[in-house]
Design a protein around this ligand. Sequence first.
Ligand SMILES: [Fe+2]
Ligand SMILES: [Fe+2]
Length: 303
Amino acid sequence: MRDDFEASFDEQLVAIQAEAVDVARTADDLPAALRQVSPATPFCFGYPIPGVGTEDPASILRELDWDADSRLRAASLMRDYCDTSATRDAMLVGVDDAAQLGIARILGVLICAEESAINIFHHECGRLDAQRAAAEQRALREIESEERVHNWLIQQARTYYPQPEDIDAVRRRTKRLFMRVASRDLGEHFARITGLDSGVCISLSALLGSPKVRRASGFARLIRHIRHDEATHVRKSRDHAVDLGFNSANFRDCYALTRTGMVEMLRPISGSFEALDVDPEKLFGRLLRFQGQRDGEGRDLID
Ligand SMILES: [Fe+2]
Ligand SMILES: [Fe+2]
């Protein structure tokens, strides 16, 4: 697909979903190496129940049985990560030191987002009672499972990159943003998640638009996988917010809040985007510009 982060989010969603994905033949018979639990300690937020987020890939994939395509895509990537020297090459070969540090900071931001999402969707699935439509339960369960896949993949990927000196500051800023956008009003909370997730997609599209990022093929493949899932999370979270009674006329305010927070959080690591040949000011401008999407009544809504 064209990595056009200037396109409206609806246009991006169509292109992302039409993207050809390379998948393994089956999600069964995972290599033995994937049956071991890799040591993964929470980076930003603890996991909701002991072990969630740190399980072996077979256990994570078992939860993804709702969606065969998603399961196959995840299994394919996880299986390839077993070949650690090929993965190391894909992550590092041809990637200069500044770009490696830039990728490490961006992965730090992403891991916070995954941990936060695992918690939110896990608790929301548990809160919905049996009366709630099965489809709604399923959509949330799918998101939680996909976030656990992302979490595992990013945890693995991070081990190949150097640890930036300012990684604690990156963690603190990201954590602060996620805590700040939390709302007691659940509809509003999920509407804000929509603003964050679509912002993540736009940021990943900006990265994938850079030839330098695409040459870091292991990192590019990882963020392409995450972007594919996050694009569908935007749609599901938006539907869930409206189901919870959120007034769609207020999406714009949610987006203004979440995207302003995102830009503030990312601005101190502008240099990481520059190191990857991505213009940070162009990206920040795009994150703050809501264009093209429409609510149910056809009014201009968000991005
Ligand atoms: Fe995710
Ligand atoms: Fe997500």
